[in-house]
Write a protein that binds this ligand. Structure first.
Ligand code: DX5
Ligand code: ZN
Length: 241
């Protein structure tokens, strides 16, 4: 309701030799937050950076850092990601290790906790963790690389993803954010807005030669906000059906 669409800028395809500068450019261009894609070469066939780089980048901006961990063992490295200064930490529901203790650890540290789902994974996979989630990250590409095409069938999960959240009695209410990650551009942002996504991750588009970061972010936000206005909000949890 009322809330405007936020953009989290993914620096995956930026000039990684100048991460501080790129981060500041994204913020200057209107990015509300910074999306950090961590890949281990095991969960996905690509390797990027880890908590040490995030920690070194932290002073570049006061905007929130959203870590997106595409790694097989998030539990093993969680202390380091928390210590690196992430404001939210999202890992994948498809990992083959216990998920709940890691979500609890993130929340205990006062950091927003999220689970990401690959395009083929149903929302029902998140149900066991409903009370522990601040963020649901709907992947609209196969994780691993920037610059892929937006998958509209996966985007059908954006609206219903809002029904996943359940606050724990007696605990701080969840921030309840649905993030959409992968292939977000001017053509796909209305679909994200229509699903009332709170945060759109925008990556390669910002760093393409000749593209104006500010203009891209402004257009994507405006198109999403417009679609959000014209299409009604998804039914609140517990009301649908
Ligand atoms: C893909 C990453 C995305 C990626 C998005 O695995 O999780 O965050 O950087 O980049 P674009 O916007 O190019 O799809
Ligand atoms: Zn990502």
């Amino acid at each position: 309701m009322g809330r405007r669409t936020q953009v989290s800028a993914s620096i995956l395809d930026s000039d990684l030799a100048n991460l501080s500068r790129e981060t500041r450019l994204a913020v200057k261009g209107g990015a509300n937050r910074i999306h950090l894609d961590v890949m281990d070469g095991h969960f996905v066939p690509n390797i990027t950076f880890g908590p040490t780089v995030i920690k070194r980048l932290r002073p570049a901006t006061r905007r929130p850092f959203d870590a997106h961990l595409m790694i097989s063992e998030p539990g093993r490295y969680m202390d380091q990601f928390i210590a690196a200064g992430c404001d939210s930490i999202t890992f994948h529901v498809e990992v083959e290790e216990p998920i709940e203790p890691t979500l609890l650890k993130i929340r205990k540290a006062g950091v927003l906790a999220g689970l990401a789902i690959k395009p083929a994974t149903p929302l029902s996979a998140l149900a066991p963790y409903a009370e522990l989630l601040d963020i649901v990250m709907v992947m609209t590409v196969e994780p691993g690389f920037g610059g892929q095409k937006f998958m509209y069938d996966a985007a059908a999960k954006i609206g219903p993803a809002h029904d996943v959240f359940r606050d724990r009695p007696g605990e701080r209410p969840s921030a309840r954010e649905v993030h959409v990650d992968g292939g977000v551009n001017r053509a796909s942002s209305p679909t994200c807005g229509a699903g009332h996504a709170e945060v759109l991750v925008v990556g390669s588009l910002l760093w393409k030669k000749g593209n104006d970061i500010e203009r891209e972010i402004r257009a994507i936000k405006a198109l999403a906000d417009e679609a959000r206005k014209t299409r009604s909000a998804p039914a609140p949890a517990g009301v649908a059906g």
